[in-house]
Design a protein around this ligand. Structure first.
Ligand SMILES: [Zn+2]
Length: 66
């Protein structure tokens, strides 16, 4: 991987994340900089909370989707 390639990405900290719910272990895609609370589709647990920048993620990130 070259440095030139990385410079082509405008916002490297902005990603879609696959997050596993701590309560029911289902997985859900959340945006790393979401502006609203994201709840688990299965059990309603809060998976991500907006902070004004990078969201607070309330569970393990399984994969980063770019
Ligand atoms: Zn859940």
């Amino acid at each position: 991987m070259s440095m030139e390639w990385e410079e082509l990405i405008p916002r490297p900290s902005s990603r879609f994340l696959r997050v596993r719910c701590r309560t029911c272990e289902s997985e859900q895609i959340v945006f790393s900089h979401t502006t609203h609370i994201i709840n688990c589709r299965t059990c309603g647990e809060t998976l991500a909370e907006p902070t004004g920048g990078k969201a607070k993620i309330n569970g393990p990130v399984i994969a980063v989707l770019g």
